[in-house]
Structures are given as structure tokens and as C-alpha cells.
Design a protein. Structure first.
Length: 422
């Protein structure tokens, strides 16, 4: 789907996937001329990457740039957690603005060592890698995240900026039996996106580093706001920092479209140099997402403080309607993510005859933890409102994932078991 919809003319790596696409399309994709494979292939339909490096470009004029700023740099596909992924062409100008802004926000320099365990095809690697190129700093990646090896790399390479970004990665590090914050004394910045209480626990685990967070989406060049290591502790923990220079963020009422006052929750909209021009070959979806005056509707729930700090409160589609009351799945997840023995929690809404919709809680336990559904329900009583307490609890060992996100729509297919509350 990605190859054909993007009309790519050359592809590198993913050899097995490419062969399966060719087999399914009578060995021909109209736009594709060559496929180069890192490490080579036994299949004569694929070329070795060395062939790519040896291409004769002597007749090409390399004195001038081949692209303009508004030309597409690459096409990034959204995660596709609810449908086919959507192609997001990002321009050179989009990426240069976000890259320079990230480098400046964190004061990345040639003396930094940047560790990023996330996939190189994901914006959470592409943007940091670009910032490191601009700053001429060392960038350490990995093919597969392994907490044992990662801890050794963090220590031995004297990493100064760590980019675990997602709770699953960070929790695997801080819960590791050999985790020792004193061995990571060179760390000055660590970036994670998680509920407030979870971020606070990460900061406590690494007291000498500055925990920062981020807000963004693929359609806005991956990130449009990072926390700064110079921000006060509470701002770094409770917000995603201020928007990059030139980027505007506003909060609107999701039904009326009226702009909300400072501190009030609503739908996040973005405009500025990091916002893409529209979806690939999908003018209808583009029109739904970007207004005529250039505001990108994110589908995210958030708020903006008087001094310009953005706070993320969850996806609008993750808002549950329990007996007429709005409930953010993120709020319930934040409560349970800090419960002893819980590795990760996820909450979805399921149909209920009496209340219309109720929360269902999915839990991955920490290794060796012995938690019961009844215990989890009891722990919430008096701590969160009764209508927010999950009616179902499901324990899982593995999550249905896109590249980096839990595909919540697939959780709706799980057996919920019996109702444990209400």
C-alpha cells in the first residue's frame, strides 16, 4: 500500500516485503525502476546497495541544489491505528525549521552524545538525527531495542541526551535490575512523552538529568513543541514546553470552533512553518484537516497556559462518554500507570446498556507482580470519581502495535471477561 500509493521509483532495504509486493502485483509496480538492498539479496530482482553507491553521476550537475525549499523531502506515513496509513509529504522547509528549532531548544552541540533507540523510519528518529547532523553531534541508534545492551551503551558512550520518548522503552530501563542512575551522570536531557505522574517518576529515577516532554504529530513535522532544560521543574513535568519560534498553537471548542481562554481544555490547532501542505492524493481528507487559512486540526485535546506552555490531555477520539460525563482515557491511564506492579495501562470505551459507554482497563504487569482485577478496582475508589473507575480489567502480555503506538481499536476485539465494578 505504501509503495504503490507513494509512487516511489527507488526503494532501499525491506527486501522480503518488497518481494511480496511484487508477487502480489504481477512483478511490476509502474513507478518503481530499481530496488537496492542493504547487505544484498539472493533474489536477482533486487540490487545490492553497493550498486547504488557505484551509480555513475558524472553527468549530473551537483553545483546547485536539486530541490527548492517547498519541494517534498520525503513522504512520512501516519501510524494507521484506525485505517490505512495516510501519506504526509513533508517539505525541506518543514524539516529544516523543525530541525533547527530542536537543536536550539536543547542547545545540542558537537560535544553531545545523543542516544535514540527508536526506528529510523519514524519521526522520533528522523528529526533528532537531523538535529544531530546540523549540530555535528554523535548520534547512536540501534536496530532493535534491548534494555541490557542499551544500559551499557548509555553508560559506556557517556550519553548526554537520551530519547526513549515512549513509556515502554523508559520503563524497561528504569525497572531493569542493573539500572543505576549514578552510572548515567553524563545525562543532561532525557525526553519522554507520558502522563504527568509517570514523567515525575522518570525525573526522580534520574535526578541529575532534566526530564522534558514534547508535543507534535506527523502532519506538523513530527514535533512543534519541546520542553527546554531551562524551564522550571513543574513546567517540564506538566507541559510539553512552548511552541517553536514561528509556530502558532490555539485551543478551540471542538463543537463551536470558538477560541478557548488560557488554561481551558479544547481541540489543539497548529499553524506555521512546520505544518505540511496536505495528504498525499487525498484532497478530501486534507480539506477536513487544514482550514482555508492554514490551521491544522490535530484531533488532540489540550490546553495553553497564559505564558504559552502547551499541555496534552489525550486524543479527542479517546474521550469516553460515561453516563453523559466526558472522561479522558489518559486520566485513568495516568492513575494506573503509577500503581505498584503495573508496567503499562491502556483504557478504551466499551458499550454499556445503562451508561452508554464505560471504561475497560488493559494492564501489562511488571515481571513478578501479583495483581488482581479486584485490587485494581479497590485502589481507585476514593481516588478518582466512581464513573471513571473501569468496569472491566484485562491482563495482557503483548500489545497490538503500530510502529510505536498501541492500536486501541484492536483491544476492542479482546475478551473482556466479567464486569468487575458497577
Amino acid at each position: 500500500y505504501l509503495f504503490i500509493s507513494s509512487e516511489s521509483d527507488e526503494i532501499t532495504n525491506f527486501s522480503d516485503l518488497i518481494l511480496s509486493v511484487l508477487d502480489a502485483n504481477d512483478q511490476k509496480i509502474d513507478s518503481l525502476t530499481n530496488t537496492y538492498v542493504l547487505g544484498g539479496s539472493q533474489d536477482d530482482r533486487l540490487l545490492n546497495f553497493d550498486d547504488f553507491l557505484n551509480l555513475d553521476i558524472s553527468s549530473e550537475n551537483l553545483d546547485e541544489p536539486k530541490s527548492e525549499g517547498e519541494d517534498t523531502a520525503f513522504i512520512m506515513y501516519t501510524s494507521g491505528t484506525t485505517s490505512n496509513p495516510k501519506g504526509c509529504p513533508l517539505s525541506h522547509n518543514n524539516m529544516m525549521h523543525a530541525t533547527k528549532a530542536m537543536m536550539e531548544r536543547w542547545n545540542i552541540s558537537s560535544s553531545d552524545v545523543f542516544w535514540d533507540p527508536l526506528p529510523m523510519f519514524h519521526m522520533s528518529s528522523i528529526l533528532p538525527f537531523s538535529a544531530c547532523l546540523m549540530a555535528r553531534s554523535e548520534f547512536i541508534s540501534t536496530v532493535h531495542f534491548d534494555p541490557d545492551k542499551s544500559l551499557k551503551v548509555l553508560e559506556e558512550a557517556e550519553v548526554s541526551i537520551a530519547f526513549p520518548a515512549f513509556p515502554a522503552v523508559m520503563l524497561a530501563l528504569v525497572n531493569h535490575p542493573e539500572f543505576n542512575s549514578s552510572k548515567l551522570s553524563k545525562l543532561r536531557i532525557i525526553n519522554n512523552v507520558a502522563p504527568v505522574d509517570t514523567l515525575r517518576s522518570f525525573q526522580e529515577a534520574l535526578p541529575d538529568a532534566k526530564q522534558v516532554s514534547a508535543y507534535g504529530l506527523t502532519e506538523a513535522s513530527g514535533v512543534c513543541s519541546y520542553g527546554s532544560p531551562d524551564d522550571p521543574l513543574e513546567k517540564r513535568i506538566t507541559t510539553s514546553g512552548r511552541p517553536f519560534n514561528g509556530v502558532k498553537i490555539r485551543i478551540i471548542h471542538p463543537e463551536t470552533g470558538e477560541e478557548m481562554p488560557s488554561g481551558e481544555k479544547g481541540l489543539i490547532e497548529i499553524s506555521g512553518p512546520t505544518v505540511f501542505k496536505g495528504y498525499l492524493n487525498d484532497p478530501n481528507k486534507t480539506k477536513e484537516t487544514i482550514s482555508s487559512d492554514g490551521w491544522l486540526s490535530t484531533g488532540d485535546f489540550g490546553s495553553l497556559s497564559e505564558d504559552g506552555f502547551i499541555s496534552y490531555h489525550g486524543r479527542l477520539k479517546d474521550m469516553l462518554k460515561v453516563g453523559g460525563e466526558n472522561v479522558a482515557a489518559l486520566e485513568i491511564e495516568s492513575f494506573y500507570n503509577n500503581y505498584e506492579g503495573v508496567m503499562i495501562s491502556q483504557v478504551i470505551g466499551v458499550d454499556d446498556e445503562r451508561l452508554g459507554e464505560v471504561p475497560a482497563l488493559f494492564i501489562e504487569k511488571k515481571e513478578g507482580a501479583n495483581i488482581t482485577a479486584e485490587e485494581l478496582i479497590e485502589s481507585a475508589k476514593g481516588k478518582i470519581s466512581n464513573f471513571k473507575i473501569p468496569r472491566y480489567v484485562v491482563f495482557v502480555d503483548d500489545w497490538p502495535m503500530s510502529s510505536t503506538k498501541v492500536q486501541k481499536f484492536k483491544l476492542k476485539e479482546y475478551d473482556l471477561g466479567k464486569k468487575v465494578f458497577g
